[in-house]
Write a protein that binds this ligand. Structure first.
Ligand code: NAP
Length: 525
């Protein structure tokens, strides 16, 4: 049952005096439920509880954490249609997307459960003592990853399930042994409360300490800012705008004890179409890209917002094909009036720049909150000289840049801000003539794609979802896949520590039978 309250650990609470409602963009009206924003007192209570819970939770076995994570997945599935209907009413997204995202969320929880149950993820490393080493004896040193402490997770507007309350950041932090306080996204506070209730049920069923999870409502930036500034919070996970992520990074850096903020922010995901591919597969590429640009109404961080080619007749034909294909797709509903407002404002800003031509703009009457998809084009020199053209236009929008030659293409890529992805569309061996272009892309992105589209992020161990700033605040980590657990841990060494007092992961007998590095050899003994 929807209460509109916060979860401060296992208890529901609504002490604040500011309330808000979510919005159904499809019906263009507010939903009924009233949510109460967390007060400063509740924020402090949640953080203090998390800090207390950390003492016990950080030492809980991998098997027990796995049971907790799997039970969260079960409880989310048990919410069944109630969750799906709530998701759709708060996002305007179709039922199929809701179910797909729920599947991904549950899959992520279960993959972290498998990871921590097996246990080798702690990267146990043992250098045994050599008392007779000359000229100095060597000491016994043993290292493993340990949890950082309470983590604040900001729910993402564009992934109400997979990157929000029990999404990738939360699943990874809980798997690592960190209690989580979610700053629920105001656009889908109801979906957030339902998922939070599933996490709390799972925590109670599996005997987790009170405070291992809290869910705080807010419809303004103050709750998030107070959380990040709190001295007992030890790390932050965020998905959203560059402005929001950067503001949180700056707050964290200015604390007496600075903490890491893992923010996954804007990206325009450059796509380079090489000349022969354009000559041979022009229409096919245009059709594929019209689908990718409009997928999820363009509200994906991997949306292809920038298409680069070398000026030619084929490129002009491609622009026409892409424009036609884009206009043949029906406009769809965006997540929220504010996202739609942002889309229109950013699109208008780009279109108003010198030398930008609109090649497609769905002009027919669209319903409230529906997005008019658009394609524009510009020459390489203008793009290079105008930073406004590098802005993310979050929605079904893409810009084709006509570069004068290969050298200009290379220079444009080398001068791009950090990106999540880069894509090369190439035929046969053509790519081998563009090695410098590939090297330039590699330097700017976290993932490079050959003959595909950047949308659709597989959740697996080899996925990198991150990239140089501002795609993310720390390009050494991925926000997707089981390796994302590394954001919430730190390496820790024991020197000459008695065997019986060591964590099981580092004891001589290897009681957990995990893979370890022992005196340089990777072994399971
Ligand atoms: P957002 O504005 O960055 O907000 C995300 C979360 O951060 C919200 O909970 C918001 O709180 C909080 N926040 C924002 N600025 C903050 C600040 N200065 N201090 C503390 N907290 C702050 O993103 P959004 O609401 O999801 O969407 C807005 C725009 O972000 C989109 O139009 C799009 O341009 C971009 N976006 C990009 C991606 C991507 O993957 N690249 C994903 C989502 C959104 P409140 O909402 O409570 O104010």
């Amino acid at each position: 049952m929807m209460t509109g309250k916060n979860y401060i650990g296992n208890l529901q609470s609504a002490k604040g005096d500011h309330t808000f409602k979510t919005f159904n963009p499809e019906l263009n009206k507010e939903n009924d439920a009233v949510f109460t924003e967390a007060s400063s007192e509740e924020i402090r209570e949640a953080v203090n509880l998390a800090s207390e819970a950390f003492k016990e939770y950080s030492t809980i076995s991998g098997i027990k954490k796995a049971t907790f994570l799997n039970t969260i997945a079960d409880e989310i599935l048990a919410l069944d249609d109630t969750l799906i209907q709530m998701y759709c009413s708060e996002t305007g997204l179709p039922e199929g997307r809701a179910k797909g995202e729920r599947g991904r969320t549950v899959g992520q929880l279960r993959s972290f459960a498998t990871l921590v149950a097996e246990g080798s993820w702690v990267e146990a490393t043992i250098d045994t003592a050599q008392p007779n080493r000359e000229p100095m004896p060597k000491l016994d040193l043993r290292k493993m990853n340990i949890a950082l402490g309470p983590v604040v997770v900001f729910g993402a507007s564009n992934f109400p399930l997979a990157y929000s309350t029990a999404g990738g950041d939360t699943a990874a932090a809980l798997a690592a042994g960190c209690p989580v306080i979610v700053k629920s996204h105001p656009m889908h506070a109801g979906t957030g409360e339902l998922v939070a209730s599933a996490i709390i049920k799972a925590a109670e069923k599996t005997g987790m300490p009170n405070g291992v999870f809290s869910n705080l409502n807010s419809s303004g930036i103050e709750v998030g800012q107070e959380l990040v500034a709190h001295s007992k919070v030890k790390a932050v996970g965020f998905t959203g705008s560059i402005k929001g992520g950067r503001a949180l990074l700056d707050i964290a850096a200015k604390r007496e004890e600075p903490i890491p903020v893992f923010a996954e922010m804007g990206s325009i995901n450059p796509v380079v179409i090489l000349p022969k591919a354009l000559d041979n597969r022009n229409e096919e590429i245009a059709k594929t890209y019209a689908g990718s640009i409009t997928l999820g109404v363009g509200q994906f961080c991997t949306n292809p917002g920038l298409i680069l080619g070398i000026k030619s007749d084929s490129l002009s034909v491609f622009i026409n094909h892409l424009s036609q294909e884009i206009m043949d797709i029906n406009p769809s509903c965006m997540l929220h009036p504010n996202i739609k407002k942002g889309y229109d404002a950013n699109k208008d800003k780009v279109v108003a720049q010198a030398k930008v031509s609109i090649t497609a703009n769905y002009e027919s009457d669209v319903q409230n909150n529906y997005a008019q998809q658009a394609v524009v084009s510009v020459d390489g020199k203008s793009f290079l000289e105008n930073p406004t053209l590098h802005l993310e236009v979050f929605g079904p929008f893409s810009m084709v840049v006509e570069c004068a030659n290969k050298e200009e293409l290379e220079t444009i890529i080398a001068n791009l801000e950090g990106q999540l992805t880069g894509t090369i569309i190439s035929d046969n061996d053509e790519i081998t003539n563009f090695q410098k272009v590939i090297a330039a892309i590699q330097n700017r992105v976290g993932r490079i794609i050959f003959n595909g589209v950047p949308t659709g992020v597989e959740v697996c161990e080899s996925m990198v979802h991150g990239g140089p700033y501002p795609a993310s605040t720390d390009s050494r980590f991925s926000a997707v896949g089981i390796t994302s657990i590394k954001r919430w841990v730190r390496p820790f060494s024991y020197q000459n520590w008695p065997n019986n007092l060591l964590p099981k992961e580092l004891q001589n007998e290897n009681p957990l039978e995990i893979f370890r590095s022992v005196d340089g050899a990777r072994v399971k003994k």
